[in-house]
Structure formats: C-alpha cells, structure tokens
Design a protein around this ligand. Structure first.
Ligand code: CTP
Ligand code: MG
Length: 211
C-alpha cells in the first residue's frame, strides 16, 4: 500500500515528443551560450561558476551509479516507505545509500575546487548536501502531484539540485564570484548536461527512464 504513487507506469515515464523537443532546445541553447560566452570573453566566468557547482553535479549523478551498479538491491528509502494521504513522501528513487554516496563524492570533488579558490575544505560536502536536498524537494513535489518515481518533469528535474546549490553558494557568500546573468546562463548548460547524462545512463541501462 505504501507504494501507491510508485506504480511502475513505464509508459507514463517515457518522455513524449514535447520532452524530446525540449531536450533538443536545451542542447542547442547551451551550445549557443558556450559559443557566445567564448566570443565575448565570458568563458572564464562560466567555467568559474561551473567549478563552484561541480560538487552538486557529481552529487546528483553518483546515486544512479551507486544504486544501480555498486549496490544491487537492499536499498533503504530516505522516507522509510512512509506516505502522506496515500502518496509516498519521496519514493523509492531517493535512498540513504544514494544520498550518502552523493555527499561523499561531492565532498571529494570539492576538495581541489576548495584548494584552488581558497575555500573551506567542507565546501563540496555542503553544496552536495544542498543539491541532494533540492533533488528530494523535487521528488516530494512530484509525489504530492501524484507522479510516479521516474516521471519526467521539465525544468524541475534538471534544475532542482542546481537552485539549491546556488542557495548554498549565496549562504556561503560565494555566489558573487559569478554574475547573476552568468548563473542563469550556466543553469541552461547544467540542464543540458543533466539531460545528456540521464539519456546516456538510460542508453547503457543504468536508468529506466530518459530523464
Ligand atoms: N538515487 C538514490 N538516492 C538519491 C537520488 C537518486 O538512490 N538520493 C538513485 C535511485 O536509484 C534513482 C536514481 O538514482 O532511481 C535516479 O535518480 P533520480 O532521477 O533523481 O530519481 P528518480 O528515480 O527519477 O525518482 P524521482 O521521480 O523521485 O525523481
Ligand atoms: Mg529522475
């Protein structure tokens, strides 16, 4: 009963034509952004921003590998299988194993970034934790909307973790290292990377959905 909104509705999870158009548009936009940034000498700023959110990207991608490739089965859901009005709080897609591995991976990748920018050594761990929290907020919103695990939601899936990582950077006083305009442009690049890596993970059989 605890899995009411968890039914494996693969057809519902399969992205439609609109999602494919959206994905291609994000790819093209992000390419344009990179080309224009290079032409106007803004690439270093874009790269600086990318380095600051790298722990978030790594934290978001690690759980897929850990839960599907390293630990097979016996995973522990973060919401302990609990429901609100018959709907799972987060669902089977958010596990303790995935979350902890994501935080550790973000912390590790954050060390060279922290050393380069002279930040706290815990920088990556903080950004990774917030990114995974953002990912869980995204799952919570999806579950409360009645969407099953793995359902594709445009923008939310690609940017929940990025927005929370940005909040962390503001909180740590680091967001000003990059202009607001650049953070927005980087959001498009991050969304493109998220879509591309998820698609690749789907193609190699690490994910059941393309998004
Ligand atoms: N994962 C995990 N723990 C997390 C995040 C992700 O174990 N905190 C694993 C799960 O196996 C999950 C996969 O990584 O299925 C892909 O993550 P994501 O796309 O965020 O989850 P979905 O399965 O799509 O679930 P949801 O609809 O809740 O986003
Ligand atoms: Mg997903």
């Amino acid at each position: 009963m605890a899995k009411t909104a968890e039914a494996s509705t693969t057809s519902q999870n399969k992205p439609g034509e609109a999602f494919i158009i959206y994905r291609r548009t994000v790819y093209i936009l992000s390419l344009i952004i990179i080309i224009i940034a290079a032409a106007y000498g803004c690439l270093p700023e874009l790269i600086r921003g990318f380095c600051l959110v790298l722990p978030a990207l790594i934290a978001n991608g690690t759980p897929v590998v850990v839960s599907k490739k390293l630990i097979k089965g016996g995973l522990h859901p973060v919401d302990f299988g609990k429901t609100i009005r018959g709907r799972r709080i987060l669902g089977e897609g958010k596990t303790w194993e995935g979350t902890i591995s994501g935080i550790v991976a973000g912390l590790v990748i954050g060390i060279p970034v922290a050393l380069y920018f002279k930040l706290s050594i815990w920088f990556g761990g903080v950004i990774a934790t917030l990114a995974l929290l953002g990912d869980m907020v995204g799952s919570f919103v999806k579950r409360m909307a009645g969407l099953p695990r793995g359902a594709c939601v445009v923008l939310l899936d690609q940017l929940d973790f990025y927005v929370f990582a940005l909040l962390g950077l503001y909180w740590m006083g680091l967001a000003s290292m990059v202009s607001p305009r650049c953070w927005i442009l980087l959001g498009v690049v991050v969304a493109a990377l998220h879509l591309a890596t998820n698609y690749l993970a789907y193609k190699v059989g690490w994910k059941q959905e393309e998004c």
